[in-house]
Design a protein around this ligand. Structure first.
Ligand code: DGY
Length: 318
């Protein structure tokens, strides 16, 4: 019987589907990733693995797993996987595009509005019993309506975000490797990275993490942004030089930041972002609606079943 390793607990219906035809090993500790040693030991004779973005699928792991045919990653991003090493060993890598697009764009929008309107700060004041009453500039933030928004990475999440911005009458600029027809149809304009930073009131990072995009948002990038601008990141933490962002927010180089992702996750209370004013911090929940997570799991399971039954992956990344 072929063996499938799943590195976190998934929906029982989907487990059942796999268990009909395969031996399935699941790491059931809900809040903790499968330890690396266990991951290496369990995948040694596995034919398929359903991974999380916190599992490293690298040379060592692939070399260790000669039977492996497919890795289904529960994420659209796959920067945790060494694609070249997988290709050399003819291991199919699949991700979960499309099913999480709208959910993740919604979270990006939530971050933008939360940051613009100081929602967390206002909530905290009230919860602390510190609200002393209405006054004209009390917790006054900034509007999003009619503003200029820059989008770095115009993939499907970027397009979905831009579509929402139409309802806010925003002017949308974007920087991408190539022009996006869908973005053009929405009236968004392709610009240089620098021009996008200089002109935008909000800058969203929704690009995939690659060697080219790593640490794109550094001291220089933040210095080009308006002092009033807000930076939003739902891509990957490593797009940002975190010390530079902390400094830019602290010094008032930019107006604020709203983040869902960090270079080394999870971050703790000792991270330089924690406690800074004008920082909205979420624990990587971009695609975390129950329906979307179920759809992602289902797609992973179907990718595994297709490949192990001799077919093609539905959403291969290569
Ligand atoms: C992804 O799919 O890459 C997201 O970051 C997961 O929430």
């Amino acid at each position: 019987m072929k063996k499938v390793v799943i590195t976190r607990n998934i929906n029982p219906d989907m487990l059942q589907k796999l268990r009909k035809d395969f031996e399935v090993i699941v790491w059931e500790a809900d809040e903790q990733p499968m330890p690396r040693e266990k991951f290496l030991a369990e995948t040694r004779d596995a034919h398929a693995v359903l991974t999380m973005l916190s599992d490293k699928v690298d040379e060592e792991m692939l070399q260790n797993a000669p039977e492996l045919k497919v890795v289904a990653n529960l994420a659209v991003g796959f920067d945790n996987i060494d694609l070249a090493a997988a290709e050399r060993r003819e291991v199919v890598i699949a991700n979960t595009p499309d099913v999480l697009t709208e959910t993740t764009a919604e979270l990006a929008f939530t971050l933008m509005l939360t940051s613009a309107r100081r929602v967390l700060e206002a909530n905290q004041e009230l919860m602390d019993g510190e609200w002393s009453g209405w006054s004209p500039y009390h917790m006054a933030g900034t509007d999003v309506f009619g503003k200029t928004i820059g989008i770095f990475g115009m993939g499907s999440i970027g397009v979905s975000f831009a579509r929402r911005l139409k309802g806010f009458n925003c002017n949308v600029l974007y920087h991408n490797r190539s022009e996006s027809e869908e973005a053009r149809a929405l009236g968004a304009k392709l610009t240089s990275f620098e021009s996008m930073l200089e002109r935008s009131d909000f800058v969203l990072c929704s690009a995939p993490l690659t060697n080219q995009t790593k640490h794109t948002f550094d001291k220089k990038a933040f210095s080009l942004m308006k002092n009033s601008a807000h930076f939003i990141n739902i891509g990957r933490g490593a797009h940002v030089v975190e010390a530079d962002l902390a400094e830019a927010v602290k010094s008032g180089e930019i107006g604020g930041a709203a983040l869902d992702v960090y270079e080394n996750e999870p971050i703790g209370a000792d991270h330089p972002f924690v406690g800074l004013n004008n920082m909205t911090l979420l624990p990587h929940i971009g695609s975390a609606s129950v329906a979307t997570r179920n759809n992602m799991m289902n797609l992973c399971v179907n990718n595994i079943m297709e490949v192990l039954n001799g077919g093609q992956a539905i959403t291969p990344v290569q």
